[in-house]
Design a protein around this ligand. Structure first.
Ligand code: HEM
Ligand code: HEM
Length: 142
């Protein structure tokens, strides 16, 4: 459980970096009508890392003591965040990544990546329990 939380926490940086890198690459190539092997690999890295994050997150959802279903869930900032806000935000964001990847593959251009990955990055950033959100009680950056 502890190792899984660490993996989930560390993988955040891969997801964020892969999304950021993809957004820069798709911005530069927004007028191109072909996707090179290297570009595809970068977009795929964001897709796969976010899918692995989804899988680990789903497992954590069943194991975590911060996920509870009771009358008190919504009244407590920490249990509300992990039971409701974090999972809804992240599932939406990962769906956006998947839709963006799949649409860009069909359309053979970079504009769908640019749009959907940017939206996803914003939602993910807002849904991460950053240490500066002190009420959530997650102290470490790693
Ligand atoms: C809860 C677990 C997961 C769910 C619900 C899920 C869901 C999906 C969906 C719906 C697609 C279809 C995208 C399309 O329209 O083409 C997809 C594609 C894909 N997923 Fe996942 N996924 C999960 C876990 C994973 C994991 C653990 C990995 C890798 C280790 C992974 C890697 C991929 C890859 C490589 C693709 C295909 C990309 C392509 O079309 O070339 N997924 N996934
Ligand atoms: C891009 C997607 C995601 C990112 C970047 C992310 C990031 C994080 C981070 C940074 C933490 C804090 C870890 C710590 O305490 O050190 C966390 C905790 C957690 N995440 Fe995610 N997450 C993602 C998706 C998901 C999804 C889809 C689910 C559920 C289906 C989920 C479930 C959880 C749970 C239950 C915890 C609390 C674990 C605990 O400390 O008991 N996450 N997540």
């Amino acid at each position: 459980m502890k190792a899984l939380v660490s993996a989930h926490s560390g993988l955040r940086w891969i997801v964020l970096l892969a999304l950021l890198f993809s957004i820069v690459v798709s911005l530069i190539n927004r007028d191109s009508n072909e996707i090179s092997k290297k570009q595809k690999l970068i977009y795929l890295a964001a897709l796969i890392s976010s899918h692995i994050q989804l899988l680990i997150g789903l497992i954590l959802y069943f194991l975590s003591s911060k996920v509870v279903f009771s009358k008190e869930t919504m009244g407590n900032t920490i249990t509300r965040f992990f039971t409701v806000e974090h999972v809804l935000g992240m599932v939406l964001a990962i769906a956006l990544v998947t839709i963006g990847y799949s649409k860009s593959k069909k359309a053979k251009n970079h504009k769908k990546i640019l749009l959907f990955y940017t939206l996803a990055l914003v939602v993910i950033f807002l849904s991460i329990p950053w240490p500066f959100r002190e009420a959530l009680g997650v102290a470490n950056w790693a």
